[in-house]
Design a protein around this ligand. Structure first.
Ligand code: GDP
Length: 305
């Protein structure tokens, strides 16, 4: 239900246009594919992914000898899911959040300012708490004005302790403190916020590297996840951010926020197909329970439902 509501914009434009296309055509021909291609590109599916998808669709149409456009909704849905899932085995391994059964799980959040990093940490903390886990937050964004306070508000709201230092302090030191506190209090999951000023790319990446080294040193096997937060409304900008962060650090998953605020939900497919990073969660609003695990079947079939 949440999923369906949050995708209203994408459904109305993207799926609406596909359905309209299907209704207008008598047969599946070259022109049909050309129009479909344009719809997919304008939904931010990404040119490379669209090309892959159109090729796959043409092959399927030939294989099944499909003439009637009405049969295409099902084929398009199938292929969208297939493109997203890619290699099934790899997909199954990477789709779920890596939470340790015993001992401390450390999750590092990275991403540019304003994408919804702090909000996502709050939402995920809430989700983990409802699953019975104890959660602690590390205020590692010591750079953005108000970031520490914002995280404290979330901490209070969801009932998670926040470990912080003063603004401008070393994020690696904050994370170090938080790890010690988490170990002492036997916390299950530590969520670490970081700064996101991409204007100074080299410094930011150095800072992230340092935070990561501290985590690796203090907790063997950690960080268990490095989640890159991206804003779905920024389209191809989000793609280029993903490329930069992927080069700089070992991103294990993506949280795509503000999917409720865009008609261009196709970015999910582009990220997965072009960067091979799974989208682990999507943000569908500003409230505490507006974070949903990403399920490609639910997503695609939800669009056409
Ligand atoms: P940060 O700078 O990356 O930490 O970004 P914030 O967490 O402060 O979020 C920036 C703005 O985006 C805030 O107003 C959030 O309420 C809003 N936001 C975050 N996630 C979502 C989402 O999934 N949907 C919507 N509509 N707004 C969101």
């Amino acid at each position: 239900e949440k999923f369906k509501q949050g995708l209203t914009k994408t459904r109305d434009s993207f799926a609406g246009r596909v359905n309209d296309l299907i209704a207008r055509y008598r047969k599946v021909d070259e022109e049909f594919f050309e129009e479909l291609e344009e719809i997919l590109i304008s939904a931010d599916v990404g040119v490379t992914t669209v090309m892959d998808l159109i090729d796959e669709l043409k092959m399927e149409v030939k294989r099944r000898n499909i003439q009637d456009p009405k049969e295409m909704q099902e084929v398009i849905s199938e292929k969208l899911v297939e493109i997203y899932r890619g290699d099934d085995e790899e997909y199954e391994k990477s789709a779920a959040l890596n939470i340790q059964k015993d001992g401390l799980t450390v999750i590092l959040f990275v991403g540019v300012n304003g994408v919804g990093k702090t909000t996502t940490i709050g939402k995920l903390a809430h989700k983990l708490k409802t699953e019975g886990k104890t959660v602690m937050l590390a205020a590692g964004d010591t750079f953005r004005a108000g970031a520490i306070e914002q995280l404290e508000v979330w901490g209070e709201r969801v009932g998670a302790e926040v470990i912080k230092q003063s603004a401008g302090s070393d994020p690696a030191a904050v994370v170090y403190d938080a790890i010690q506190a988490a170990k002492a209090r036997r916390v299950d999951v530590l969520l670490c916020d970081t700064a996101g000023r991409l204007q100074n790319k080299v410094n930011l990446m150095k800072e992230l590297e340092k935070v990561k080294r501290v985590i690796e040193r203090e907790v063997p096997g950690a960080p268990h996840e490095v989640l890159l937060v991206l804003d779905a409304t920024t389209g191809q900008n989000a793609m280029s951010q993903a490329k930069i962060f992927k080069e700089a650090t070992n991103v294990t998953g993506i949280v795509l926020t503000k999917l409720d605020g865009t008609a261009k939900g196709g970015i999910v497919l582009a990220i997965r197909n072009e960067l091979h990073i799974p989208v682990k969660f999507v943000g569908l609003g500003e409230k505490m329970d507006d974070l949903q695990p990403f399920d490609p079947e639910k997503y695609v079939y939800g669009l056409f439902a």
